[in-house]
Design a protein around this ligand. Structure first.
Ligand code: BEZ
Length: 408
């Protein structure tokens, strides 16, 4: 069941993974500088590129809802200009995302693009934005390489690098849960990034990895063989990362096979995040996880945000909605700083200075990794007022992506 392919996105690997379409688009710089006009006085056109279908559809919808919520709070304007959204479904495949990105930029003439959920899609469209010198603000996909070897001035992230929630968690798990672990992640870039980060700090602390499994992505299929492999290894603890539909499939199977409550589940927080907890039910109870936000995080911004989100949608907020909300704020702050001038170089320069108190705690964009400097929390799934939620049990402090592969 174990495989070591896709360990880390290298430039060669992502070009291969995304195929000829990438090469064709990357080789075609735009013929003219397009995009609204630096100070046309008309609306700033923002392209939103997110999955609204496939296993990450709920993530795309949550990010969109959070972003719209912030824009509405800002009266849908920034830097003296209205903000106009043009939305496209990236689906789950790099070629579709590339087509949609070029449609947004070349046909719709958006000034910048925000969105992207999957690391594979992010790596697939990276060259298009780099070659064409257009700004992409990534609101989820955590591919480490975007803050490291594949860094480009044209891609900044408001979410996390995949390393961020998992590396601090490895040390915490060794000290607080068990000294041996079995690792289960999906077989694509984000799964490998997260497993490597966790295992790196866990082993550095003295821990032993009993086994690793890389499950099919995006469709896991029947989870039974994977859970059976975990049972055969008889580990005292399991680390995993799953999200969206795959997180529901894996955690429910973990419960049905009798592992929940018996073999501690320690995971990247997306696995038991608020978007999937209602469907997972008691199978998730007691799971501990690392993430940059929690529904019950105790700060003023979070109280305000979670109450407003519930009022607006009828649902509890989740980390993807927070990332959407913060993406909206980053874009508004950036446009205010440049007084509505959407010249790409000026917008990029302004991003380095963005910092504010987010629902996730203190947030600033680290110019080295072009990714947030933010706190990582250990959360535990507990019953709160008759429902399951993530409660912070430890603040591990602020972390920035290291900007290289030295720490996994
Ligand atoms: C990713 O592909 O980078 C990713 C997807 C869902 C949750 C977290 C990371």
């Amino acid at each position: 069941m174990s495989s070591k392919k896709n360990r880390q996105f290298t430039r060669r690997e992502f070009l291969k993974a995304t195929g000829a379409v990438t090469a064709a688009y990357a080789a075609m710089p735009l013929l003219s500088a397009c995009g609204g006009g630096a100070s046309s006085g008309g609306p700033v056109k923002l392209g939103i590129l997110l999955p609204y279908s496939g296993i990450y559809a709920v993530l795309g919808e949550s990010i969109t809802e959070g972003m719209k919520m912030y824009f509405e709070e800002a009266n849908n304007e920034a830097g003296g200009r209205k903000i106009e959204l043009v939305t496209e479904d990236s689906e789950m495949t790099p070629p579709v995302a590339q087509q949609k990105a070029s449609k947004l930029i070349e046909q719709d003439e958006v000034d910048l693009v925000a969105g992207i959920v999957s690391s594979g899609v992010l790596m697939g469209i990276r060259d298009y934005f780099d070659t064409n010198k257009k700004l992409l603000i990534c609101a989820n996909a955590g591919a480490n390489a975007i803050s490291r070897g594949a860094k480009t001035p044209y891609i900044w992230r408001t979410s996390f690098s995949n390393w961020q929630p998992c590396w601090p968690l490895g040390t915490w798990a060794y000290e607080n849960v068990a000294q041996k672990v079995y690792v289960s992640v999906p077989d694509y870039g984000a799964g490998h990034n997260m497993a490597d980060a966790f295992m790196n700090s866990f082993q550095a602390a003295g821990g032993e990895v009993l086994g690793t499994q890389y499950t099919p992505f995006p469709q896991m299929g029947d989870p039974a063989p994977f859970i059976t492999d975990i049972q055969s290894a008889d580990p005292p603890m399991v680390f995993c990362f799953y999200s969206g539909g795959a997180a529901v499939t894996f955690v429910k199977a973990y419960g049905e096979f009798g592992l929940s409550g018996n073999v501690p589940l320690v995971c990247a927080g997306f696995t038991v995040e608020e978007d999937v907890l209602p469907a997972q039910g008691d199978a998730a109870l007691g799971a501990s996880s690392g993430l940059h936000w929690a529904l019950k995080l105790d700060n003023e911004e979070n109280k305000k945000f979670t109450a407003a989100y519930k009022e607006r949608t009828g649902k509890d907020a989740n980390v993807f909605a927070v990332q959407g909300y913060d993406t909206g704020r980053v874009i508004v702050d950036m446009l205010n700083a440049v007084e509505g001038d959407t010249n790409t170089d000026k917008m990029i320069e302004a991003l380095g200075g963005v910092s504010f108190n987010s629902p996730r705690g203190p947030f600033s964009l680290d110019a080295n990794s072009q990714n947030p400097l933010q706190h990582i929390y250990v959360r535990e799934v507990q019953e709160v007022d008759g429902a399951l939620h993530n409660v912070v049990i430890k603040d591990l402090g602020p972390f920035a992506d290291p900007g290289d592969d030295s720490k996994g």
